[in-house]
Design a protein around this ligand. Structure first.
Ligand code: PLP
Length: 407
């Protein structure tokens, strides 16, 4: 008899987006003439930068001729891309990352989800609350969390990110082995400063713990005093793995390209306390289970690092940031407390109401879709997330409607 991995039975169904969809469909059925604007999902809406499209199609051309055709690529990704990443995303900011420490992949979602395979099942895992659900669900699938009580899994350490701590969690009182951090944060839009990030690095060093640092939204950081990478902190290479993505930076959500940094000196321990290289383990894992990102996609990603690509990416990001500012200003004028929307594409709004009640209010009165904060965790109760990924015209129209509905 073939049996299932019963850890899957411990998963709570992904209620959030299914429930949003259900409510929106019911509203649409009753109001077919109403134009609904979605500021709910975290998917980009604007076209790929021209420089990327040109490089992409030139590479497709190469694939069409025997003399320039490419089959399987190098496991870690092509060096033309890894060299640029090391130089422009890290070395230029004082972070000493070599191309050899970079693994190109098809998404930060897969990498943040798959990385937990490298760690013992009885590791103490700390996750932020509210949280990008991938970190939690993949640990539940692996068997690191079981029962469900009061909106939380038993067996995980939750790091409250609330108004009181500016949405940057404090160090846990329990001993955590594996710590997920995400800045700029999805969903709260929070950023972390160098000193607070250093506290986490020090905690990891003192506890022989490891930080999994999700920096998928670093391109939105405009404040030069804020770190874009955890490796801007001295010593972080010993205790941190970082995840990056071209998804939000360059509109690659449908094109798929990302990368993960696993420094050579980053170690974890076996039962006897012997050190093991996480770089070697991740390489072993990737070479066994992953066959790389297509050549044209890696060429398209490489074009992000050309002068033209940099300018086009900047303008994409600025466009979404202008949307985010427009959203945040509108809610603040209405008297709501907001976080994010600066250095982040998300605005996190304190509603003083149940998140779903507020979702319904915006849907019915303004015909605007947001994301209820409670769907990201217990600390998200009473909040909504508004995403800036839409056209400026739609965002303006949405905030006008919201202002009329809420004032
Ligand atoms: N990490 C965070 C925090 C995200 O919000 C997302 C996507 O929404 C991802 C990772 C996934 O990125 P990718 O498209 O590279 O899989």
């Amino acid at each position: 008899m073939i049996r299932i991995n019963e850890n899957y039975l411990n998963l709570k169904s992904s209620y959030l987006f299914a429930e949003m969809e259900k409510r929106v469909s019911a509203f649409r059925a009753l109001n077919p003439d109403k134009e609904i604007i979605s500021l709910g999902i975290g998917d980009v809406t604007r076209a790929l930068p021209e420089a990327c499209v040109r490089a992409f199609s030139a590479a497709v051309g190469e694939m069409s001729r025997d003399d320039s055709f490419r089959g399987y690529g190098p496991y870690k990704g092509y060096s033309f891309l890894r060299d640029k990443i090391a130089e422009m995303d890290f070395n230029s900011r004082g972070a000493d990352i070599s191309p050899d420490e970079i693994f190109i992949s098809d998404g930060a979602k897969c990498d943040t989800g798959n990385i937990q395979e490298l760690f013992a099942l009885d590791s103490n895992v700390a996750v932020p609350d509210p949280v990008y659900p991938v970190y939690v669900d993949t640990n539940v699938m692996a068997g690191r969390a079981r029962g469900w009580e009061d909106g939380r899994y038993e067996g995980l350490i939750y790091l409250d990110s609330t108004e009181e701590n500016n949405y940057v969690p404090r160090l846990p009182s329990e001993k955590a082995d594996l710590i997920y951090l995400c800045f700029p944060n999805n969903p709260t839009g929070a950023t972390i400063d160098i000193d607070r990030l250093r506290e986490w690095v020090n905690y990891a060093k003192e506890n022989k713990a490891l930080i999994l640092y999700d920096s998928a939204y670093e391109a939105f950081i405009k404040d030069e005093s804020l770190p874009k990478s955890i490796y801007e902190i001295a010593g972080a290479k010993d205790v941190a793995i970082e995840f990056r993505s071209f998804s939000k930076t360059a509109g690659f959500t449908g094109t798929r390209c990302a990368y993960t940094i696993v420094p050579r000196q980053c170690m974890a321990y076996d039962k006897k306390g012997q050190k093991h290289s996480l770089h070697d383990m991740w390489e072993r894992r990737q070479t066994t289970k992953f066959n790389g990102v297509s050549y044209p996609v890696q060429r398209a990603a490489e074009a992000v690092y050309t002068e033209e690509g940099q300018e086009q990416v900047r303008s994409l990001i600025d466009y979404y940031l202008e949307n985010a500012r427009t959203i945040r200003n509108a809610f603040e004028e209405l008297g709501y407390k907001c976080n994010g929307g600066e250095n982040s594409p998300y605005v996190w709004i304190k509603t003083e109401k149940d998140s779903w009640e507020f979702f319904d209010l915006l849907l019915k009165e303004a015909n605007v879709i947001c994301t209820p904060g409670s769907g990201f965790g217990r600390c998200g109760k009473g909040y909504i997330r508004i995403s800036s990924f839409n056209s400026l015209e739609k965002v303006k129209e949405a905030v006008n409607r919201i202002s009329l509905a809420l004032s």
